[in-house]
Structure formats: C-alpha cells, structure tokens
Design a protein around this ligand. Structure first.
Ligand code: ARG
Length: 576
C-alpha cells in the first residue's frame, strides 16, 4: 500500500510540475503514520520539501496537490483505497484509508495465511549471519541465548522479505583452552566416564585444570604445550580434539532443536587455520603489517582509534582476529554476500571493529557490508557466571526451569487441559525467547521469572493466551469466516484494523534495523488492541453480517500474531 501511495503522490507532483514550467527534481516521498489519528492514517511532508526547494508556501502546494490528486487519482491503483485526502497547515497532506482497503487487507490475510506479509524487497540481498557461535567442549551457557535467538530471528525476517540467508556458526573450536582440556583429560580423565557424558565431563576437567593451575602455575605451560602439539598436527591430540568437537556439535544440535534454530554451516575457528597464511601474506603485500615486540606481527590502527591489532604472536601462533579475517575473505569469496551480520555482544566491539577495518584496508571483503549487530549483557535470575570456575548457568537448565514454572501455571489455570507437559514446554521456552527478543538489544537486560511468565504483561504467555482466546472463538463459531462487508466501524474495530495492516511495514523495519524487538512490540500492541476489541464488541452474538466481519477480524488477528511469532521462532499452543 505505502509503495503504491508513494507512486501516486509522485505522479501528482509530476503533473503539477508540468503546469508550472519550473525546473526541480522531485524530492523523495516519505510517508508516516501520524501518532494522532485525527491527522489521518498516513501523512506526507512532500509539499513542505517542495516549498523549501522553491521558496513557495508549502500549504498552497499541499492544497494544489490534493486537487491534483483528487482529479488524477482515477488512473491510479490507490483510488478505492483512500477515502479522504486533506491538506493541513503548515503543509502536510493527510490520507484516510477506506473501509474497502481494510476489508481487502483482511481478505488477503485469510487467503495467504502463514505467507501473508512475505515480500521480495530483499531479493537482491545475500545475508550471511554469524550467530550463536559458542565455544565447544562445554555445555552452551545461557548467555549464548541472546545471540542465538536474535540471529535466528533476523535470519527468518530476511528470508521473509525474500533475501537469501546463510547461517554460519563460527564455533569457538580453536585456542589454548583446548590444550588445557587435553592436558587435563590425559592427566586425570577416565575415558569410560568421559564417554558416558562427554560435555559435562570435559567441563569438569577444564575446571579442575584451573583449580590445579592456581596452585601450580607451571600447568599453564603444559596446557600451551598440548595446544602447540595440536596446532602442529600431533595425531593423538588431533583425534582428541576431533572427538570433542563432534560430541559438542551433537549436544549443541539437541539444544538448537529444542529452540527451533538451525544452521547451514558449522565453520568454526579451526576451519580457518589453513587460511590464515594467506591473510598474513595479503596484509604484508598491502604494506600494513609491522613487526612488534618479540617478533609479533601487528597492524597499527591507532590513527583510526582502534589501537594495535595483533595478527600473529612472536611464536608464530595466529589469533582469533586472524581467523576472523580469514572468515571474512572466505565468506566473501564463497557466498558473495551483500552483508555479513555479526550478532555479537557489545564487549567484542573493538575486536570486530579491528577486523572490519583491516578487511577494508587489505581488500578482503569486496563490497560486502560488515555489520556488528550488538547486544548488551543479560542477567538471569540464576546469577552471574564464570566457566573457568565452573559457575556456568547452562542454557538447557534455564529452559527446564522455565518449563517447570510454566507447568505450574498451566496446572493452576487450566487443570483439565490434556497435553499439559507439551503446552508447558511451548509456554516456558517461548516465554524465555520472548523476554529476550522483545528487549531492545543494545541495552543490558535483567530478568525475573515473574515478568517472563506473567499472563498479563508484555510477555509470551499474554500473547499465547490472546492467541488461544481467538482460536477458541473461531472454534465456537464452527466454520471459517466467509465473505463479509464492512459497513460502519466501531472505534475498537478501527484501531484493530489499523494495527493489523501495519504488519508488513514492521517486518521491513525489523529487518532494516536488525531488531526483532519491533516485531515483538508490535505483536504485543496487536494483542492489546484485540483484547480491547473483544471486551467491548460482541462477536459470536452479533447479527449475522456483523458476525461474519468480526469473525474475519478475529481470524486475521490470530494469523498475524502467528506470523509475528514465527519470525521470532516462538511456537503457540492452540489451547492454554
Ligand atoms: N566464540 C565467540 C564467543 O563465544 C564469539 C564469536 C563471534 N563471531 C565472530 N566471528 N567473531 O565469545
């Protein structure tokens, strides 16, 4: 709708320009939803822009455009969709959408169902998404939820607008910590025990390593030696490492399955080991590689306020940064992306900024746009953590806890429900997801279970409850809504219709800003408008014609809630 309207406005401006013999370029047409609906459903400031450009009174331009629009609208697609156009001072043009437009929108939703809102506006984009990326050989911690969920949602949203997406899990599967784990395994590990429960046992060994190293610092050197052997391709260490990696991915996949998250590739840091040499050569050729203390290779980024970037240690070992550079080159060459999105915590800002800058200086990225999609830290009710000390809050355990708490609520609210455990899983996991995704990602979050699982706040259970309510109305009505007409509208119906038709725009904004929270907030407001509507206006007991329309409205609302939740990877129970 907005695009069509913009085109129509452009035509009107062009027609007017022909009359005035003046010479000017048409400014970009912008449309917005006025926050006060007495200024219409959509409003443009185009007349003000033209007025400024030509030194003329914007209100007169607006009035003339409205006339132009009224007469010229006949040829245009938007004709039946606008019921009134108004010029207001100082020069806005306000548009009021017609009931026919709203009716057509509802019908389209009911026809397209789960694919309603899909578009092709992103069809020229190829988006590589770097998210989740946990460090292996230990269970994935709850702090990895944010990147995992935001990344997945951005992927789905880009897919929805027609972009090609590639989810690439840059596992932390290389580095000195594996030398420590290998040392600990050889020293204290019992192969049989470890094989029974690999990831938990490996974590225990890693923690033990740090405990012992506190007492005998020479252990650190042993850890480094084992890693060095691994780097040099030592057979035993390589096998151990491979096995740790496989077990880790097995376990990760079960977490991802529960979260309904998936990846196209698991090209972790180790995948880039044999590709770092090319990077060092490339930097050298560009003349940006310098030799620092102890023979280390560095790139000086002081003038960009990005300090000194360490590319290779004095002993020849490469670093996280070098592997990230190799990943940029590899992804650019193999996927030809328009963007690579790094869904990574704020704290790694300098690291990524260095990688992006060096990639640009050394021509490693062609035209690919590199974006750090940042997020703040998260404080879960379970407290803070440190892997080294073994104080980890495991992601799986948080989901278990959420499910357990949700089950209590379900048992209390609806003791007769048959599939309580299944519903509790959907509610619990969905609640945790929603709490993260509804939050403005850049700021820190602090959660409480009460808030996450609340039935009447801005929470997943509230949305699920609203959805179940709508579904139950539709079940009681029996048949799916058929054709309907809109006669006059109640205030609550009008608000709901206006909210519903904004879905596609919200998806666009969420994609553009890499911000799933827009979708979450939108769904919440939609649910609120729906509940206001339902509390004020009879549906099942309304007269026949009205009932058809209102059922269609209920059905469209439930569909839009569902489509929004799909983009957030949140499942919805049919009954609650
Ligand atoms: N594995 C790292 C961590 O857990 C995050 C990796 C982020 N991605 C990247 N390309 N650097 O902190």
């Amino acid at each position: 709708m907005n695009e069509e309207l913009k085109k129509a406005i452009c035509e009107a401006v062009k027609a007017q320009q022909e009359g005035c013999k003046c010479d000017f370029s048409i400014p970009e047409v912008e449309l917005e939803h006025p926050s006060n609906n007495k200024f219409g459903d959509l409003s443009t400031n185009i007349a003000m822009k033209i007025g400024k450009q030509q030194g003329e009174n914007p209100f007169t331009i607006a009035e003339n455009l409205v006339k132009q629009f009224d007469s010229g609208l006949g040829q245009n697609d938007v004709k039946g969709m606008i019921k009134k156009i108004e010029a207001v001072k100082p020069g806005f043009i306000n548009f009021y959408l017609s009931n026919d437009f709203f009716a057509a929108n509802i019908k389209e939703i009911l026809a397209k169902k789960d694919s309603f809102g899909k578009s092709d506006i992103g069809k020229d984009q190829v988006v590589v998404l770097d998210y989740s990326h946990p460090n292996i050989a230990k269970p994935i911690g709850v702090h990895h939820l944010i990147t995992t969920l935001i990344g997945e949602s951005i992927k789905r949203t880009y897919g929805f607008i027609g972009a090609k997406t590639i989810a690439d899990n840059f596992l932390g599967d290389w580095g000195t910590q594996f030398g420590k784990t290998i040392y600990a395994f050889k020293e204290w590990g019992d192969r049989k025990e470890v094989e029974k429960d690999p990831i938990n046992e490996l974590l225990k060994l890693y923690v033990r390593f740090h405990e012992e190293a506190d007492k005998s610092p020479e252990l650190d050197e042993k850890g480094r030696e084992e890693f060095k052997k691994l780097e040099e391709g030592d057979k035993e260490n390589t096998e151990l490492w491979k096995w740790m990696r496989e077990e880790s991915i097995k376990e990760l996949k079960s977490v991802y399955k529960r979260l309904d998250v998936s990846f196209d590739y698991y090209n972790g840091e180790a995948f880039y080991n044999d590709k770092t040499g090319q990077i060092i050569d490339a930097l050298d050729k560009k003349g940006i590689l310098e030799t620092g203390e102890g023979g280390a290779k560095i790139v000086d980024l002081e003038k960009d306020d990005l300090r000194i970037a360490l590319i290779q240690k004095g002993d020849g070992a490469t670093l996280y940064l070098t592997r990230d550079l190799a990943a940029i080159k590899y992804r650019t060459e193999n996927f030809k992306p328009t963007q690579i999105l790094y869904v990574v915590e704020n704290a790694q800002g300098l690291h990524l900024a260095q990688a992006f800058k060096i990639a640009e200086m050394a021509d490693l990225k062609n035209d690919t746009e590199l974006v750090h999609v940042k997020f703040g830290s998260m404080r879960f009710p379970e407290g803070r953590m440190s892997t080294r000390k073994g104080k980890v809050v495991f992601l799986w355990d948080v989901l278990e806890k959420a499910k357990e708490k949700a089950l209590k609520i379900v048992e209390e609210k609806n003791p007769d429900l048959e599939n309580k455990a299944e519903v509790a899983e959907i509610v619990g996991v969905g609640a945790v997801k929603y709490a993260i995704l509804s939050h403005n990602r850049v700021t820190d979050i602090s959660f409480t279970w009460e808030k996450i699982l609340s039935l009447d706040g801005n929470s997943a259970p509230y949305l699920m409850y609203t959805y179940a309510r709508a579904k139950s109305i539709l079940r009681k009505a029996g048949e799916a809504p058929k054709d309907f007409k809109i006669q006059s509208l109640e205030k609550e119906e009008e608000s709901l219709l206006k909210k519903i038709y904004q879905f596609s725009e919200i998806v666009e904004v969420a994609a553009r800003e890499y911000a799933p929270s827009h979708i979450a907030t939108y769904a919440y407001e939609l649910a609120q408008d729906f509940n206001t509507f339902y509390n004020k206006v009879p549906v099942l007991n309304a007269d026949k014609d009205l009932k058809e329309f209102r059922l269609a409205l209920v059905s469209a609302t439930s569909q839009i809630i569902k489509n929004s939740m799909n983009l957030l990877s949140i499942d919805l129970p049919k009954k609650m």
